[in-house]
Design a protein around this ligand. Structure first.
Ligand code: ATP
Length: 259
């Protein structure tokens, strides 16, 4: 079930380095939010704090709060692995388990949660997830073949199928199309539009046309210079951000005068 994310006063550190400063935002369920901004402004770092994935870097930490509906994902008793189950992630480069079959790739995360899943339940979940990722028709006759045998765009949809098989509340996507050709990119964009009906989606993208095409809300981040922390400049309805932003730095960025 899609959930709302409420971030307040979030600072993100790598050791002593403050990489992202004082971000507050609300992300509504069943919406697509695009994070845009120049290289190094902290979009990916911020995205990864939304499911505690940044913690895999030694010394990385946050202050501030991130609520998933009303639950603090950084609460003292919260298991980060359980958070990542509820808030799935898709990365820039498709990363299926290469030697594992398509079927086993889809079921991999879900199996960790439920090791005694019956064959019938697993079959149904694989089919539903592949349908959900708009990949079923292309792979239904070769489910036992390795995931690495698919095209890049198919592999990315396989990773999305693997993410949704766990039935998360939120999907985070870090430049999900940057390694894909234009046709595969369109397939992923169509898929994001469909997934939006069921999930809360946050996506980092360098492609402003893509942000304009697929997102409801756009958040623009910026950084004053090397060694300075990135920050959220403004966030709002995508049409507004791309046509009438409140801040001059946003306008300079989206009109290509900067970044
Ligand atoms: N693992 C890390 N250890 C230390 N510093 C890091 C690490 N990852 C990122 N940073 C730093 O944090 C800042 C934000 O980086 P981040 O990758 O989040 O930016 P970004 O906006 O996503 O950039 P890009 O668009 O180039 O991917 C940068 O100064 C970067 O050098």
């Amino acid at each position: 079930m899609a959930k709302r994310i409420d971030v307040s006063g979030l600072n993100v550190y790598y050791g002593d380095f403050l990489a992202v400063e004082n971000v507050s935002m609300t992300i509504e369920p069943r919406s697509v939010t695009a994070f845009i901004g120049s290289s190094g402004c902290g979009k990916s770092t911020f995205l990864r704090t939304l499911n505690r994935m940044h913690e895999v870097v030694p010394g990385a930490r946050v202050s501030g709060t991130v609520l998933l509906d009303d639950e603090d994902i950084y609460g003292p008793d919260v298991d980060p692995v359980a958070v990542r189950r509820k808030i799935g992630m898709v990365f820039q480069r498709p990363n299926p388990f290469p030697t594992m079959s398509i079927y086993d790739n889809v079921i991999a995360g879900a199996k960790l949660n439920n090791q005694r899943m019956s064959k019938a339940v697993a079959d149904e979940l694989v089919e539903r997830s592949l349908h959900g990722a708009n990949l079923w028709e292309e792979v239904k006759d070769r489910l036992d073949r390795p995931g690495a045998g698919l095209s890049g765009g198919q592999q990315q949809r396989l990773c999305i199928a693997r993410a949704i098989a766990v039935e998360p509340d939120v999907l985070l996507m870090d430049e999900p199309c940057s390694a894909l050709d234009p046709i595969s990119t369109l397939a992923i964009e169509d898929l994001i539009a469909k997934l939006r009906e069921s999930y809360t989606i946050c996506m980092v993208t360098h492609n402003m046309q893509q942000a304009a095409r697929v997102s409801d809300v756009t958040a623009f981040f910026n950084v004053a210079g090397t060694g300075k922390p990135g920050h959220l400049v403004e966030m709002g309805d995508t049409n507004k951000i791309f046509t009438r932003p409140d801040r001059k730095e946003t306008e300079d960025y989206i009109t290509g005068r900067f970044g």
